[in-house]
Design a protein around this ligand. Sequence first.
Ligand code: RB5
Length: 142
Amino acid sequence: MLFIGCDHGGFELKIEIYNYIKDVLRLDITDMGCFSKDSVDYPDIAEVVAKSVLEKKGIGILICGTGVGISIAANKVDGVRCALCSEEYSARMTRKHNDANILALGGRTTGVELAKSIVNTFLNTDFEGGRHTNRVNKIACQ
Ligand code: RB5
């Protein structure tokens, strides 16, 4: 299952990515807000998406102005591995090596077409397992 969320800084990019996932990739995705450009606190959105991803063993996409704040917040939830990506290579490698379960994007830093490519790569790359499994298992919130 796919979940997406943003703050006001990521609102416009979120609409683009939500529509791309639904209409082009033809995947089901749940929009967990925010639903307007009114100011909201990104940790609240990060927590809602993070908990849904863990509960449903799904994949999340989080967008704030830079992607930084919302990724920091998501990574405070034990079991979340949220990767902020601004190019495709990192999106591919973080799925292969880190088994990232949430992708963070910057709505004010990453253009729409590049963001779509990053999302497509993230969603279509699998975790490699093997030597990476032990490393990923060592990641835990204290
Ligand atoms: C909101 O203005 C902005 O601080 C937020 O979207 C994000 O960029 C924080 O990291």
